[in-house]
Design a protein around this ligand. Structure first.
Ligand code: PEP
Length: 243
């Protein structure tokens, strides 16, 4: 069984003062990760208690150079990040990121010795057209590097229609996708794929966490809105640890 992971994505929210929300979030039995905005990574990593890891929400694929406004994986590692989210649907939509770019970023992340959290997910129109599994297969194939292992890669299934909307995929939908993704990874990577963690993301909250974590092949969650406060995130961490 892979070690479970509760990951929080603060998106463009948070301040130094709000880092007080990280107090007491760490857990001995599961991995707990918060990805704050880039400006807060170093201060959060310096202050993080045992059992809490700090990650980034994006990176550039290049090691250095003329890329104004971008941040390399070496810079993120120096700041104290252990994980980097790539391919979040908001970046795919807002910045027109392609699978090829996501894969190049994931390669840079793993080359730096960090863990890539690669996000994939279908839109509502794609789900309604019956294209969910084929869309996810295409994204997973093209966004995941050939050197992906359970140690350097996490996959997050995040249906676009469930992110920040209050809508959550039901447990049958999550179960169908996660078992499909596990089979896809096993075909490509062999036995090691059994330990590549598969996170679900999309309006996870305390009220639905326990039923989502009971779904086979759900190894944790990527949480947006409900990761911003300890009051909301701690029960999700506890539900995952108890699952
Ligand atoms: C996310 O941003 O990855 C996410 C799942 O957001 P939310 O939990 O707010 O839907």
């Amino acid at each position: 069984m892979p070690r479970k992971l509760a990951a929080g994505n603060w998106k463009m929210n948070g301040s130094v003062a709000q880092l007080s929300e990280l107090s007491g979030l760490g857990h001995a039995d599961i991995d707990v990760l918060i990805c704050p905005p880039a400006t807060l990574i170093a201060v959060a990593a310096n202050a993080a208690e045992t059992g809490l890891m700090i990650g980034a929400q994006d990176c550039h694929a290049a090691a250095s150079g003329a890329h104004t406004g971008d941040i390399s994986t070496a810079m993120l590692a120096e700041a104290g990040a252990t994980h980097v989210i790539v391919g979040h649907s908001e970046r795919r939509a807002d910045h027109a990121e392609t699978d090829d770019q996501v894969r190049a970023k994931a390669e840079a992340i793993t080359a730096q010795g960090l863990i890539a959290i690669i996000c994939i997910g279908e839109t509502l129109a794609q789900r309604e057209a019956g294209e969910t599994l084929s869309i996810l297969d295409a994204q997973l194939s093209a966004s995941t590097p050939d050197n992906a292992t359970a140690a350097n890669t996490v996959i997050a299934y995040e249906p676009v229609w469930a992110i920040g909307t209050g809508l959550t995929a039901n447990t049958d939908q999550i179960g169908e996708v996660h078992s499909h993704l596990r089979a896809h990874l096993t075909e490509r990577f062999g036995a090691d794929a059994a330990d590549i963690r598969l996170l679900y993301g999309g309006s996870v909250k305390a009220a639905n966490a326990t039923e989502i974590f009971a779904v086979p092949d759900v190894d944790g969650a990527l949480v947006g809105g409900a990761s911003l406060t300890a009051k909301d995130f701690r029960p999700i961490v506890d539900a995952l640890a108890a699952s």
